[in-house]
Design a protein around this ligand. Structure first.
Ligand code: AHR
Length: 496
C-alpha cells in the first residue's frame, strides 16, 4: 500500500484547544525544588526564586496551563502550611515521594508567580483524600475573593492585595488510589459535597474537574457520570505509557527494538481509552459540555540508576519524542471531547521537558516536540485522510506513520507527521486540496541515528530539531515527502 495524506484545506472539523499542550508540576523529587524553585538566595540566577534558565526555556513553549501541586501530593497537601513568611512555614514529610522533608517554601503565592512568568493559566488540584471541605473552600476564598473576608484579609497580609484569576480547580486526584482508595460511588458523593463549597466569587468562574478513571476503569467513569455529571465541568483520565508492566518497569535507556515497538503501541492505546471513556460520557453528556481532562500522561520508566527511586527521575530519548507526538495526534483527533491534557511532568520527573543538575540544564527530545507542535495550539483542525503501510515487528504491526493538520490564525497550515519505523524511510505523498494560491513550504525534523539517542549535560544537542528539506513538488499542491526512519516532521505551508 502506498503512503498518502490528503489535507482538505477548506474543511475545518473543529479547534485544537491550546490547553492540550498543558503541563504538570508536582512536589515530587526535583521537579519543584531544584528544577523550578531555587529560592531568592540561590547562586543560580533566579526571578523571585524561580531559576531563570529553566524559566526562559519553558517560556518558549507557550505553556497554556500548569497543574499543581499534585498528583498524589495534592491529597496530602495543606495549603495553609505554604503561605506567609518562609522561615515560619510548617514542614511536612512527603510520604508519597521519597519520604523527604518538604519545607513548603513553594506555595500558593510562588505558584501563581510562576504561572504569571510563564504566561500559563493555573490549574490547582485540591485535597479530598486527607483534607476537609472547609480547607478546600477557604483556599478558593483566599485565592479569588475580592473584599473583606478572613481569607482575603490574610492574603493581603501576605502581600497580595488583589485576588488572582483562577479557572481550573480539581476536586481530588486519583481517589481510587493514592487519593483515598475510594469506591467510585463514595467518591462521587464526596465530589458532590466538596464541589458545593468551591465557590465562584465575583466574576471568577471556576471550571470544576472531578477525579477520573485510571487507564481502562470504565466503571469509574460510568459511576461518576451517572452520579455527578451535572456538578462537573471536566472529568480527568490518567494513563501512563509503561513498556513491560507496572510491576516490572523497564529502563529509559538501553532498550531494543522490541521495547521501542511495545512503547509506541502502548502510546497508541490512548486512542482506544479516550474513545471508550468518551462513549460513556456521551451517554450522560451528549452535547459534550463536560471536557475530558487527561491531566497525567507520558512515559514511566525505571528511575535512573543511583537516583532516589521515589524521585522518578528518568532520561528521555527519541522514543519519548515519538510518544509525545503520537499522543498529540490522538488528542487532536478527539478535539471535541478533550479540553485539556497535562504531561507528567515539567522538570526532572517522568517524561520531562527539562533535566537539571546543579546549575546545569538540558532540553529533552520531548521538549523539542512541544516546541515544534506549539503551532497547533488553538489551530483549526483540517479534515485529513490517510493511507499508510505498516511498520511490522514480530508478526505485529503499527501504522507506518500518523499525521495531523491544522490552520493557524494567520492562515498558515501545519502538518505534523510521526514516523514510527526505525528501520527505513517512507515516501509519503501529501496533497493539499482546496488551495487557490501557490505555496511556500518549510520543514523541521527531529530524528537521530539511534533510537537510544538523548541529550546529556556534556552533549546538550545530540537530539535537536533541524531544518527538513526532503520533499519535492509533485504538482502545484502535492508534495512527495521522505520521512527519515524514527522521526517527527513538521511541515509549514504558507500561501503566497
Ligand atoms: O505523576 C506521578 C504520579 O502518578 C502522580 O502523583 C499520581 O497522580 C500518579 O499516580
Amino acid at each position: 500500500m502506498g503512503n498518502s495524506v490528503l489535507v482538505h484545506t477548506d474543511w475545518v472539523k473543529g479547534t485544537i484547544n491550546k490547553h492540550i499542550y498543558g503541563q504538570f508540576a508536582e512536589h515530587l523529587g526535583r521537579c519543584i525544588y531544584e528544577g523550578l524553585w531555587v529560592g531568592e538566595e540561590s547562586s543560580i540566577p533566579n526571578t523571585d526564586g524561580i531559576r531563570n534558565d529553566v524559566l526562559k526555556a519553558l517560556q518558549n513553549l507557550n505553556i497554556p496551563v500548569l497543574r499543581w501541586p499534585g498528583g498524589c501530593f495534592a491529597d496530602e497537601y495543606h495549603w495553609k502550611d505554604g503561605i506567609g513568611p518562609k522561615e515560619q512555614r510548617k514542614k511536612m514529610i512527603n510520604t508519597h515521594w521519597g519520604g523527604v522533608v518538604e519545607n513548603n517554601h513553594f506555595g500558593t503565592h510562588e505558584f501563581f508567580r510562576l504561572c504569571e512568568l510563564l504566561g500559563a493559566e493555573p490549574y490547582i488540584n485540591g485535597n479530598v483524600g486527607s483534607g476537609t471541605v472547609q480547607e478546600m473552600s477557604e483556599w478558593v476564598e483566599y485565592m479569588t475573593f475580592d473584599g473583606e473576608s478572613p481569607m482575603a484579609n490574610w492574603r493581603q497580609e501576605n502581600g497580595r492585595e488583589h485576588p488572582w484569576k483562577l479557572k481550573y480547580f480539581g476536586v481530588g486526584n486519583e481517589n481510587w488510589g493514592c487519593g483515598g482508595n475510594m469506591r467510585p460511588e463514595y467518591y462521587a458523593d464526596l465530589y458532590r459535597q466538596f464541589q458545593t463549597y468551591v465557590r465562584n466569587y465575583g466574576d471568577n468562574v471556576l471550571y470544576k474537574i472531578a477525579g477520573g478513571a485510571n487507564v481502562d476503569d470504565y466503571h469509574w467513569t460510568e459511576v461518576l457520570m451517572r452520579e455527578a455529571a451535572p456538578f462537573m465541568d471536566g472529568l480527568s483520565l490518567h494513563n501512563y505509557t509503561i513498556p513491560g508492566s507496572w510491576e516490572e518497569k523497564q529502563h529509559a535507556l538501553g532498550f531494543n527494538e522490541a521495547a521501542w515497538f511495545e512503547t509506541l503501541k502502548k502510546a497508541l492505546h490512548m486512542d482506544e481509552l479516550i474513545t471508550r471513556h468518551s462513549t460513556i460520557m456521551d451517554k450522560y453528556d451528549p452535547n459534550k459540555r463536560i471536557g475530558m481532562i487527561v491531566d497525567e500522561w507520558g512515559t514511566w520508566f525505571l528511575p535512573e540508576p543511583g537516583t532516589n527511586p521515589g524521585f522518578l527521575y528518568q532520561q528521555n530519548t527519541l522514543r519519548d519524542a515519538l510518544v509525545a507526538g503520537l499522543h498529540f495526534h490522538i488528542f487532536h483527533q478527539h478535539h471535541e471531547r478533550i479540553h485539556m491534557t497535562n504531561i507528567a511532568q515539567m522538570v526532572n520527573v517522568l517524561q520531562a521537558m527539562i533535566l537539571t543538575e546543579g546549575n546545569k540544564m538540558l532540553l529533552t527530545p520531548t521538549y523539542h516536540i512541544f516546541e515544534m507542535f506549539k503551532v497547533h495550539q488553538d489551530g483549526k483542525v483540517l479534515a485529513t485522510s490517510v493511507e499508510h503501510s505498516h511498520y511490522e515487528f514480530n508478526d505485529e504491526k503499527l501504522p507506518e506513520f500518523t499525521v495531523s493538520s491544522s490552520e493557524d490564525a494567520e492562515g498558515h497550515i501545519h502538518i505534523s507527521l510521526c514516523h514510527l519505523n526505525p528501520n527505513a524511510s517512507s515516501k509519503v505523498n501529501v496533497e493539499l486540496r482546496g488551495l487557490q494560491s501557490d505555496i511556500d513550504v518549510t520543514g523541521t525534523v527531529l530524528t537521530s541515528s539511534s533510537m537510544q539517542d538523548h541529550n546529556t549535560f556534556t552533549q546538550l544537542d545530540k537530539v535537536k530539531p533541524v531544518t527538513f528539506a526532503d520533499y519535492s513538488f509533485h504538482q502545484q499542491h502535492q508534495l512527495d515527502v521522505v520521512l527519515p526512519p524514527m522521526s517527527v516532521v513538521m511541515l509549514t505551508i504558507k500561501k503566497k
